[in-house]
Design a protein around this ligand. Structure first.
Ligand code: IMP
Length: 430
C-alpha cells in the first residue's frame, strides 16, 4: 500500500510538528499543508540553520520533495512570496517544487483590518494571531465576498470582483469603527493582479495533482498546522482557529480521501502550552510554569507572545487522539522537564463536585474543571545527549510509559532537543 502519512498536533498547536515532518519527509515524495494559513509557525533546524516557515510546508527544505499547499489553506500572497524569497536567499530551491491550490482562499488587507477591529472591540477576544485567518474563512463560508487563488490570475475578473466586494467591506469596516481603515478597489486590484502574476508559476489544481501522484505510487505526507484542540469543530470552541486542524481537515482541505492514510502520527509535547485566550485547566502560574517557558523557549513563532505553560493534560489529549485517529505518538521536548523534582499528568477533572474523565464540549465548563493529577518523580539529569530509550534515566522512561498507557498508544519517536540528531526512534511502529 502506498504510504500516506499524517502528522497532526494533539494539543493547542506548537507541538514541534515541523521537526517530525522534517524527519519523516525523506520517506515521502510529497508534503502537503491542508489547513490554516500564515497563523502557523514551523521552526526547523537544518544544517545548523533555523528556518521559520509559516505558509510553506516544511518539506520544501528537502531536495526532490514536492511541497503542496491544498485548497483548505488561506493564503496571504505577500507572505507567501516573502517566504519564497527568504528560502532562496538561504540556498533552498523554490520553483515548481512548490505548488499552490487554485481553490485556496486569499487573505486580503481588509481581512486583517476586520480582525484587528473585532479583537479590540468590547466583548469576546479570541487572542488570535492577527493574520486575517478568521475573516478570510468567514468569507469562504459566506461565499459572496470570497476570492480564491485562481481568480488572481484573471486580471479583468479580479478587478470586477474587487469593485463589487471592496465597497461592501468598507461599509462593514466603518460600521465596526468610524476610524477603520478603508480600501480603494482599483488600487487593491492593481496590487493583487501583480501578486497573482508572481504566484502564477506555483498555482495548479492540487486535487488532480495529489490523485495523479497517488495513482503513481508516490508517498504523501500531510502536515497539519495548529493542533486538534484548536480545531474549529472539535477544539475548545470558540477559542480555536477557523479551520479543521485535526486530521478531519485532510479530506476537505485537499480533496484527498483520509481513508487512504496508512499512518497517523499524533505529536504531543511532554507538557502543555497554549497561546491566546481560552480554558487551560493545567496551566501553571508559578515558577514551574516560568521554568518551562524559559527552558522550552515557549514564545510564539509568529507573534512572539509568551506561551501559557502547564502540566500534560491527558484528558484533553485523549479527546484529540480520538478525533484525529492517531495510531502512534511522537513526544516532543522531553528534555525541557529534566530539572524538575516531580512531574504531573492530569488524568481526570473535578467538575461540579464530581470526577469526570471526558473532555467537556463547552469552554465555560472547561473553565470550571480542576485537574486531578498523578505525580511521578523527575529524573534531574540532562538527557539531550541520549540516543536510545535505554540511555534515558529510568524515571524518564517511566514518564513515557505512563503517557503511553494512559493514552493507549505506542510511542514511536521521542525528541530530546531541536536538532535532527536529538531524536530517539523507538522502533515500535516501523
Ligand atoms: P487565529 O488562527 O489567528 O484565528 O487564532 C485563533 C487561536 O488559535 C488563537 O488562540 C491563536 O493563538 C491560536 N493559534 C493560531 N495558530 C496557532 C499556531 O500555529 N500555534 C498555536 N496557536 C495558534
Amino acid at each position: 500500500m502506498t504510504a500516506c502519512t499524517s502528522v497532526v498536533g494533539l494539543q493547542w498547536g506548537d507541538e514541534a510538528k515541523g521537526k517530525i515532518v522534517d524527519l519523516l519527509t525523506p520517506d515521502h515524495d510529497l508534503v502537503v499543508r491542508y489547513n490554516g494559513g500564515p497563523n502557523a509557525g514551523h521552526t526547523v533546524v537544518c544544517n545548523g540553520k533555523s528556518f521559520k516557515l509559516s505558509l510553506i510546508p516544511t518539506g520544501i527544505l528537502r531536495p526532490k520533495v514536492q511541497a503542496v499547499i491544498g485548497n483548505g489553506v488561506v493564503v496571504y500572497p505577500p507572505r507567501f512570496l516573502d517566504e519564497c524569497d527568504g528560502l532562496r536567499a538561504n540556498g533552498i530551491e523554490v520553483g515548481s517544487n512548490l505548488l499552490l491550490s487554485d481553490r485556496a482562499h486569499v487573505i486580503l488587507p481588509y481581512h486583517l483590518e476586520e480582525e484587528a477591529l473585532r479583537e479590540s472591540a468590547e466583548g469576546r477576544s479570541i487572542g488570535t494571531t492577527g493574520r486575517g485567518i478568521g475573516p478570510c474563512y468567514q468569507d469562504k463560508a459566506g461565499r459572496h465576498l470570497a476570492i480564491r487563488v485562481g481568480e488572481l490570475l484573471d486580471a479583468d475578473h479580479l478587478r470586477h470582483r474587487l469593485r463589487e466586494i471592496v465597497p461592501i467591506k468598507n461599509r462593514l469596516l466603518t460600521a465596526l469603527s468610524p476610524q477603520a481603515k478603508t480600501f480603494d478597489p482599483d488600487r487593491l486590484a492593481d496590487e493583487y493582479i501583480a501578486l497573482g502574476q508572481a504566484l502564477r508559476p506555483h498555482v495548479t489544481d492540487t486535487v488532480r495533482l495529489l490523485h495523479d501522484a497517488y495513482a503513481k505510487g508516490r508517498r504523501i505526507l500531510f502536515e497539519a498546522a495548529q493542533g486538534t484542540l484548536l480545531d474549529v469543530d472539535h477544539g475548545t470552541f470558540p477559542y480555536v482557529t477557523s479551520s479543521n486542524s485535526s486530521t478531519t481537515g485532510i479530506w476537505s482541505g485537499c480533496g484527498f480521501p483520509a481513508r487512504r492514510l496508512t499512518r497517523i502520527v499524533g505529536v504531543i509535547k511532554a507538557y502543555s502550552t497554549r497561546v491566546g485566550q481560552g480554558p487551560f485547566p493545567t496551566e501553571l502560574h508559578d515558577e514551574i510554569g516560568e521554568h518551562i517557558r524559559q527552558t522550552g523557549r515557549e514564545y510564539g513563532t509568529v507573534t512572539g507572545r509568551p506561551r501559557r505553560c502547564g502540566w500534560f493534560d491527558a484528558v484533553a489529549v485523549k479527546h484529540a487522539v480520538m478525533v484525529s485517529g492517531a495510531d502512534e505518538l511522537a513526544i516532543m521536548l522531553l528534555d525541557v522537564l529534566s530539572e524538575l523534582d516531580e512531574i504531573r499528568i492530569c488524568v481526570a477533572y473535578e467538575y461540579d463536585g464530581r470526577q469526570i474523565e471526558h473532555f467537556p464540549a463547552f469552554a465555560h465548563q472547561l473553565e470550571k474543571c480542576k485537574p486531578i493529577y498523578e505525580t511521578l518523580p523527575g529524573w534531574k539529569r540532562d538527557i539531550s545527549g541520549c540516543r536510545t530509550l535505554a540511555e534515558l534515566p529510568a524515571q524518564a522512561r517511566r514518564y513515557l510509559d505512563r503517557l503511553s498507557a494512559i493514552l493507549g498508544l505506542p510511542i514511536s519517536i521521542v525528541s530530546i532537543g531541536p536538532d535532527r540528531e536529538q531524536t530517539i526512534f523507538c522502533g515500535c511502529c516501523d
